[in-house]
Design a binder for this molecule. Sequence first.
Ligand SMILES: Nc1ncnc2c1ncn2[C@@H]1O[C@H](COP(=O)(O)OP(=O)(O)OP(=O)(O)O)[C@@H](O)[C@H]1O
Ligand SMILES: [Mg+2]
Length: 337
Amino acid sequence: MKSVIAKELVKNYRVKSVGKKSKDADSKKIVRALDSLSLEVEEGTVLGVLGPNGAGKTTTVRVLTTLLKPDSGSAFVGGIDVIKNPHEVRKIIGLSGQYAAVDETLTGWDNLVMFARLHRMKPAAATKRAEELLEQFSLTDAARRPIKTYSGGMRRRIDLAASLIVRPKVLFLDEPTTGLDPRGRQEMWGVINSLVDSGVTLLLTTQYLEEADQLADEIAVIDHGRVIARGSADELKRQVGGERLEIVVEAEHLDAVREIVARISHSVIIDRDLRQVSAPVSTGTKALIEAVKALDDAQIHPLDLGLKRPSLDDVFLALTGHSAEENETETLMKEER
Ligand SMILES: Nc1ncnc2c1ncn2[C@@H]1O[C@H](COP(=O)(O)OP(=O)(O)OP(=O)(O)O)[C@@H](O)[C@H]1O
Ligand SMILES: [Mg+2]
């Protein structure tokens, strides 16, 4: 069964531009945030919605969590129509937005109890649920401190805990690890993985290719409000071709290494600045072993040598013709609002 279905969602925003031209009639620009976006999430699985700044990730999440009405298209969560029955949808979902929803001045404990009470839980049940969640997210020690004293990682965890008060069937996480340091990110990944093990259906957005690779069963790559590719991380990586053999040697050996690699692969590239020879290979580690043997026979000792699988960054470049960072103009526009 599909827990989440979005069909041809369209959402336009009107943006009033500020600055010189603001008096012109055409200064009201329309931004198409969702441009016939469709996606599905199978029950009990994780969909990673991957896209750069301004791709439409938050807008998608806001539509699916009933916070925003699309201009056209339809959406169902847990079989319920998001546009017709938003109240019913809200009962079965959890949302941890891109920006924390917790009250900074209250303690972690107070925040969770407050959220539970907002969900109409009785005081005793609310306290019990708050304590369970604090324990689950390793926040018991910090429970009586105001949120403003929490680290970035602790904030994201308390925010996630708040979204789990009613044990949602479907959980939406908008960029759960943005702004966290590597350790905070690892911790968050652990927390998210244990949630997934407990059976929740998850839609998460991310700009981190590695994160989608780590957490998601399936990835939908979005750009300019459309899904431009979908598949498992491995399937997407395969779209950019197989693995590459990369060998770094002292400059004087570059030509000899090129000849060796040419016996293994049909197209060899030399980068003299990086002192690197690289080539696509289809036989994986077998090609690596062949290369090592031939280098050893020729008494060439590489400085570095390996088999590189394409990253999801490479996938993005191959799919869109531009790197994930090149949407910056859109972001600027967004900040000017
Ligand atoms: N309230 C709004 N008013 C006008 N334009 C908006 C509004 N919200 C988003 N947009 C525009 O819609 C597009 C999609 O924005 P959205 O926030 O969904 O992107 P995103 O993928 O979540 O980006 P980020 O990674 O920066 O969070 C962008 O071009 C953005 O500028
Ligand atoms: Mg966003």
